[in-house]
Each structure stands twice: as structure tokens, then as C-alpha cells.
Design a protein around this ligand. Structure first.
Ligand code: B4P
Length: 192
């Protein structure tokens, strides 16, 4: 089993690259953003709670997303490996993920961290907001709040995995295919 974390600030291209990576490597895609948006669409109690945080550009409480990931791992016993997209986003989520994977006698193989400048992130998210209908892309204030939340709570996740020598930084600006090829080079090195 080979498990990957695709890491980076909001709008760094995690969702975009995940689609390509799961198809190349046959991994199960676990995106907490997608899982939360599907709970919101289904108007579940969890979705309604999550929405109140997401609309303000804030992270959803740890226990909510950890519970969702735990359920998703249990639901996919035969997976060849998992691609975690947008999770973990706090140190508590990182520790919880390590424990959940240990129970499955596996671990994170690599953390691929996409590097994108703040101005490019804001530009991409506002552009997506024109068509996505996503309330968290709707206006510079909420977009900047998400980036601030990333610096306050999420950037430490890279430090956490760096302690185990698992982090590789990959430039996240340029064409989608160019970035994808650079990510594949890093994965292939570790699969050998
Ligand atoms: P997510 O759904 O994870 O999404 P994201 O941060 O917006 O972006 P991503 O990096 O996937 O960007 P994308 O590829 O789409 O999170 C949404 C919210 O959910 C969070 O703010 C939080 O509230 C909540 N949440 C999720 N997980 C959580 C957790 N674990 N704990 C707590 N809360 C959680 O790319 C963005 C745009 O850029 C797209 O329009 C794309 O077309 C464009 N783009 C991509 N690559 C490009 C390139 N190379 N060049 C130009 N444009 C590019």
C-alpha cells in the first residue's frame, strides 16, 4: 500500500492534481473538501455544522473531519493506497491520521507540498469563484481568511511530517501538466 498526502494552501491545485494522480496510480481519492461539500449538498446535520465554518473561510473542527476520514478508510478495505487531498490540515489531524493508518498496518509514503505565491492563490480562487458557486471563493475577504487560516493552523503539518523526512516541495505554478509530471517524478522515486 502506498499513501500520499497532497499538501498546500487553498487554491494551490490539490484538487486539480489529485484527479490526475488517482488515475495514474490507481489510488483512492479522499478529499475532505469534497466530502464536506457533499454533506452540505445533502443538508445533513454534519454538513450544516461544517457550512457555518466554511462560509467564513475557517477550518471545520478536527473531530468532524477525523470522523469522516475514519469512516472513509473503513469503507475502502481493498484500496491499493490512498491519496489524501486537503487532509490533514492541523497537527491534531496529522496525529489522528498516523494512528488510523497504523491500525491498518500502513503509513504515509510521501507528503507532496505544492508551493504557490499568495497573489497567485488569491487570483485563482477569485477566478474559480466566478463560476463555482462556492461561498468560500466568493470575495477577497473570505479567500484571504482561508489563506490566513492556512498560515495559522495548517502550515505546521509540513513541519510535522518533515520530522519523519517525508516532505517534498514541488513548484505549483506553471502548466497543470508540467506540475503533474514533477509530482510523478517524486512518487516514482519512492515506488522503486
Ligand atoms: P478544499 O476543498 O480542500 O479546497 P481548496 O483549498 O479550495 O483548494 P485546492 O488546492 O484543492 O484547489 P484547486 O485544485 O481546486 O477546502 C475547502 C474548505 O473546506 C476549507 O477552506 C475548509 O473550510 C474545509 N476543509 C477541507 N478539509 C478540511 C480539513 N481537513 N479540516 C478542516 N476543514 C477542512 O485549484 C484552485 C483553482 O486553481 C481552480 O480553479 C483550478 O482550476 C486553478 N488551478 C489549479 N492548478 C492551476 C495551475 N497550475 N495554473 C492555474 N490555475 C490552476
Amino acid at each position: 500500500m502506498f499513501n500520499i498526502i497532497l499538501f498546500g494552501p487553498p487554491g494551490s491545485g490539490k484538487g486539480t492534481q489529485s484527479e490526475k494522480l488517482i488515475s495514474r496510480y490507481g489510488l483512492k481519492h479522499l478529499s475532505t473538501g469534497d466530502l464536506l461539500r457533499s454533506e452540505i449538498a445533502g443538508q445533513t446535520p454534519l454538513g450544516m455544522e461544517a457550512k457555518s465554518f466554511m462560509d467564513k473561510g475557517q477550518l471545520v473542527p478536527d473531530e468532524v473531519v477525523i470522523g469522516m476520514i475514519s469512516t472513509a478508510l473503513e469503507a475502502n478495505p481493498g484500496a491499493k493506497g490512498f491519496l489524501f487531498d486537503g487532509f490533514p490540515r492541523t497537527e491534531a489531524q496529522s496525529e489522528a491520521l498516523d494512528k488510523l493508518l497504523k491500525l491498518k498496518q500502513t503509513e504515509i509514503g510521501v507528503v507532496l507540498a505544492l508551493i504557490v505565491s499568495e497573489e497567485e492563490l488569491v487570483k485563482r480562487l477569485l477566478q474559480r469563484g466566478l463560476t463555482s458557486g462556492r461561498s468560500d471563493d466568493n470575495g477577497e475577504e473570505v479567500v484571504r481568511a482561508r489563506i490566513t487560516e492556512y498560515h495559522k493552523k495548517t502550515s505546521v503539518v509540513a513541519d510535522y511530517y518533515a520530522r519523519f523526512n517525508k516532505v517534498v516541495h514541488v513548484p505549483g505554478e506553471g502548466s497543470v501538466d508540467e506540475i503533474f509530471n514533477n509530482l510523478c517524478v517524486e512518487i516514482d522515486k519512492r515506488l522503486k
